[in-house]
Design a protein around this ligand. Structure first.
Ligand code: ZN
Length: 302
């Protein structure tokens, strides 16, 4: 089944629930970047979180960027998610592998590293993007983003992220975000009830792996609290905005001297998109026409 995002409310609109399945798109990221197990889990969790965070924004062109820079061997990761359901991302050291942690799980915390920062940028498509930075808590991504939501957005939130990687690739991935909206934020009983239920939902990825659907999981969690599913589900996918034209535009910015050097020394140029690992080649002729374009632009500016 295609990856999708669904929304619901509970407690008379006092609780916002968003769930997303990301099994396919995390698998696309894994195979494009040739990610190790632990890198797949780290990037998969962050991509899943990006889609959940952007889902509360209003303008269709809204995007959320998540950057994690820790002291561990993965060397940092970057995710760009849009309200249009597209997400892309990369890890600096995609091949780094670590043994499982004491719980027998992929050791994302050690791979990312506990010392470092999480940066979140919310871009509504125009005007200044809103950005904030928090220190990492565990490097496990979910804990760090929960800390970000509590300190930067001041919305009591709970975030569950899961990525299960098997020998043949990603078997299950997804996430859940529960937020207590301002109208219910003083309802301490409600909040503690939610916390205890989320505490018992440690097996989110196993539930997905068993084939449980998001509405079924929502129902188990808050079914008795006036759960109302919002109509329609949104398809989500790995998608990059790079293109040959953008790559040529970037080469052009290097200027005439650099381009001539590429033509004479390298007989062409190659550029790799960080986000999706797509390689673009520019041959002699294409580079020469960029030089020509720059010449025309210079003449018309004089
Ligand atoms: Zn790309």
């Amino acid at each position: 089944m295609a990856d999708q995002l669904i929304r619901a409310t509970a407690a008379d609109g006092g609780i916002r629930v968003v769930g997303v399945t990301t099994t396919r798109l995390v698998e696309v990221a894994r195979s494009r970047h040739e990610l190790s197990y632990v890198a797949t889990a780290a990037l998969g969790r962050a991509m899943t979180a990006g889609l959940l965070l952007v889902s509360s924004m209003k303008k269709p062109e809204s995007r959320v960027n998540i950057r994690v820079r820790g002291s561990g061997p993965l060397g940092g990761l970057m995710v760009d998610a849009g309200l249009d359901g597209t997400v892309r991302g990369y890890v600096e050291k995609p091949k780094v592998e670590l043994p499982p942690n004491a719980d027998g799980k992929l050791d994302v915390g050690s791979a990312v590293g506990r010392d470092g920062y999480l940066y979140v940028v919310r871009d509504v498509g125009h005007g200044y993007p809103y950005s904030s930075t928090v220190e990492l808590v565990t490097g496990e991504i979910g804990d760090d983003l929960t800390h970000y939501l509590a300190s930067s957005e001041q919305t009591p939130s709970a975030l569950v992220l899961g990525v299960f990687v098997g020998a043949d690739g990603v078997e299950a991935a997804g996430g859940l975000l529960l937020q207590v909206l301002p109208k219910a934020a003083r309802d301490e009983a409600l909040i503690s009830q939610l916390e205890s239920r989320l505490g018992s939902l440690t097996g989110f990825t196993p539930l997905l792996k068993e084939g449980r659907s998001l509405p079924q999981i929502f129902d188990e969690l808050v079914g008795d609290m006036g759960l109302e599913m919002l109509p329609g589900s949104q398809l989500v996918q790995f998608s990059c905005r790079c293109s040959r034209d953008r790559m040529l535009g970037a080469l052009k910015l290097l200027g005439t001297d650099e381009l001539i050097d590429m033509i004479e020394v390298d007989k062409g140029a190659e550029a790799v998109c960080h986000f999706c690992n797509e390689t673009y080649h520019a041959d002699d002729d294409q580079l020469r026409s960029l030089v020509k374009e720059l010449k025309v632009e210079r003449l018309s500016a004089e």
